[in-house]
Design a protein around this ligand. Structure first.
Ligand code: SF4
Ligand code: SF4
Length: 377
């Protein structure tokens, strides 16, 4: 008996996925918008997004897998109620985006998708080709997920399920199986006249609805950007140190988010959600690794995280951070020294002049000296 889409969806549910949709392996309808976005450089330093081989794959899924006929898209909820808004926005704490509170979702999703693919191969009873992806494939997964009926893409560029919000991970299987009854695409948008997400973004990262300029996005800078962060943007970061959920949290559809059943995504301590900034500022490579072991945060190094914490400390402007920031003026990383200088200036203002002049005198890194010059003006 041929494998039906209904049987596949039953299996997806049995494996714990909260959403599943199936769509033909056709080019994404948002491909042109994506190419325009790349052309305008809005991907920032994420050069891998603009690589020709990757663009080609996005244009044609058969470049990824020659026998590709269908895409099976799944969603897995990650929403957890762990800390109240007061704790999360406490400026003495660094805030972490909710998707990163638990264990690394790549591993959890990958394992489960591989199980799913194994079952598909057995249940189809024939030799089939399959590829499994979580975040890593060169495909426009939100757009394919919309085609598979999993939701619509909002003005905040997130995939939104009208009865579930956006707090779910997306994964996909490209398969050589084809089906007679694919899911209907979700209608294009349900945003209507709402503009909450656009208005709420503290760094004005939306030049227009449905377009996100990564170069102005806190999420991009705190995770993807390994270098210096423009001074003009830093005050808008507030206490975010890894990602940013603002444009998702303000979305009215978020009230439908359901708490995940997946224990791997439940945080087990406040340090995984909103650690004290002073703990991050004081961290060594070793303590930093221990703090975020097996979390998605592991993908950024201490240097980047301490840079982010310096920005949050510069927005906190509290004397409790001063001794740690002074110590960071001697850090081995120029990136850290420069951002610590900014945070000290924001916290101590003119009282930081002597410390910063000394740094300028002794530091042989041009970027650090330029930072201090700009501050002392
Ligand atoms: Fe703006 Fe934050 Fe959304 Fe980025 S994630 S677009 S910074 S609100
Ligand atoms: Fe659409 Fe409003 Fe949600 Fe933005 S906040 S994605 S405009 S519904």
């Amino acid at each position: 008996m041929p494998l039906t889409t209904a049987a596949i969806k039953d299996k997806a549910r049995e494996l714990g996925f909260n959403l599943c949709g199936i769509t033909p392996a056709e080019p994404s309808p948002t491909l042109r918008a994506y190419l325009r976005w790349i052309e305008r450089g809005m991907h920032g330093a994420m050069g891998y997004l603009a690589r020709l081989d990757r663009v080609r794959r996005r244009q044609n899924l058969r470049e990824i897998m020659p026998g590709a006929k269908s895409l099976i898209l799944v969603g897995l909820d990650y929403f957890a109620r762990f800390a109240d808004e007061r704790t999360l926005s406490d400026p003495s704490r660094g805030r972490i985006a909710a998707y990163a509170w638990g264990l690394d979702y790549h591993k959890v999703m990958q394992l489960r998708l591989e199980q799913f693919a194994g079952w598909l191969a057995d249940a189809s009873g024939k030799a089939i080709q399959q590829r499994v992806y979580v975040d890593t494939g060169a495909l426009l997964e939100r757009s394919h997920a919309q085609q598979a009926g999993l939701g619509f893409i909002g003005k905040n560029t997130m995939l939104i399920h009208p009865r579930r919000g956006s707090s779910f991970f997306i994964g996909e299987i490209i398969t050589s199986l084809s089906f007679a009854d694919y899911d209907e695409p979700h209608r294009e948008t349900m945003c209507g006249t709402c503009t909450r997400c656009l208005a709420a973004c503290p760094t004005d990262a939306f030049p227009k609805p449905y377009v996100l300029d990564a170069r102005r996005c806190i999420s991009y800078h705190t995770i993807e950007n390994k270098g210096w962060i423009e001074r003009e943007l830093r005050p808008g970061f507030g206490n975010w140190i890894f990602g940013c959920d603002i444009c998702m949290d303000v979305c009215p559809f978020q009230r439908f988010s359901e708490e995940t059943d997946e224990v791997a995504f439940l945080p087990f301590e406040i340090d995984r959600v909103a650690p004290l900034l002073t703990n991050i500022l004081m961290s060594t490579d070793e303590t930093y690794r221990a703090m975020f072991r097996r979390s998605p945060i592991e993908r950024i190094k201490r240097e980047q995280m301490v840079r982010n914490a310096c920005i949050a400390a510069g927005n906190w402007r509290n004397e409790r951070a001063i001794p740690h920031l002074i110590q960071l003026l001697y850090d081995t990383s120029a990136l850290v020294r420069g951002h610590a200088a900014w945070a000290l200036w924001r916290t101590m203002e003119l009282d930081a002049s002597k410390l910063l002049s000394d740094l300028h005198r002794r530091d042989d890194d041009e970027r650090v000296r330029a930072e201090v010059e700009a501050l002392l003006g």
